[in-house]
Design a protein around this ligand. Structure first.
Ligand code: 13P
Length: 252
């Protein structure tokens, strides 16, 4: 059976103290409650705290991911963080394609493809986000949009390159709005995304691929979302910032 995956995307939240105390409490909880190994929990703190976070979680079943990497390998790119830098502190997972990166930092599908290729070159596991805006859904274009996002990015990868890929469907209208996609709406889109992977890469790999849902997941709606056939877990923003809420989601 596929492991359910829950990812806490902390975005630009939590300072040093908040990050370290959250992780210590999380570890304690996992240890005491013996959380079963049918789930995989990944935390994505901000860049400055990845190193200390890795030291805290060393030897545990909890994982870390970076929220971004630079599409360039190294050199004069002030303010950027490279894949090799992250690798040198033991980080091997990265979230790419998030709609906030696309919107506020102008990351196009072209740029994202470069980021994917660099991440793969350095052996990263990629969590790749796609999703439509409210207007696109109103016009019933959500399937076209998601297909285009895939065709211009991950579909440029080989079968081997996508073997560890985690996909995340994050409808933009649901991110940080409190408006979640209904379990049926999300399931329909997840099934569609999986069908696109099946057409491109075949059944074996596509059925094994984890497709997560993201967008206003909370402790009340998580269970219904996660029980859908093609929803393999969640990418959680706001509700991952408070440990009690996050743990309820993990236990869903
Ligand atoms: P919210 O859970 O705050 O809607 O954010 C979702 C998200 O963007 C996760 O990457």
């Amino acid at each position: 059976m596929k492991k359910k995956i829950v990812i806490a995307n902390w975005k630009m939240n939590h300072d040093f103290y908040e990050t370290t105390s959250f992780l210590r409490n999380l570890l304690k909880f996992f240890f005491e409650k013996k959380i079963n190994n049918k789930k995989k929990v990944i935390i994505a703190p901000s860049f400055p705290f990845l190193h200390i976070s890795n030291q805290i979680l060393q030897g545990s079943s909890l994982n870390l991911a970076a929220q971004n990497i630079c599409q360039m390998e190294k050199g004069s790119y002030t303010g950027e963080v490279s894949a090799s830098m992250l690798k040198s502190i033991g980080i091997h997972k990265v979230i790419l394609g998030h709609s906030e990166r696309r919107k506020y930092f102008y990351e196009t599908n072209d740029i994202l493809l470069k980021k994917i290729k660099i991440a793969l070159k350095y052996g990263f596991h990629i969590i790749f986000c796609i999703g439509e805006t409210a207007l696109e859904r109103e016009k019933n274009e959500q399937f076209l949009i998601v297909k285009k996002q895939l065709e211009e990015t991950v579909f440029h990868c080989s079968l081997e390159e996508i073997s560890d890929l985690i996909m995340a469907y994050e409808p933009i209208w649901a991110i940080g709005t409190g408006k979640t996609a209904s379990p049926e709406e999300a399931q329909t889109m997840h099934r569609y995304i999986r069908s696109l992977f099946i057409d491109k890469y075949g059944e074996t790999i596509s059925k094994k691929m984890s497709i997560l849902y993201g967008g206003s997941i909370n402790d009340l709606n998580a269970r219904n979302l996660f029980s859908q056939e093609d929803i393999d877990g969640g990418l959680v923003g706001n509700s991952s910032l408070e440990i009690e809420k996050f743990l309820k989601i993990v236990q869903s």
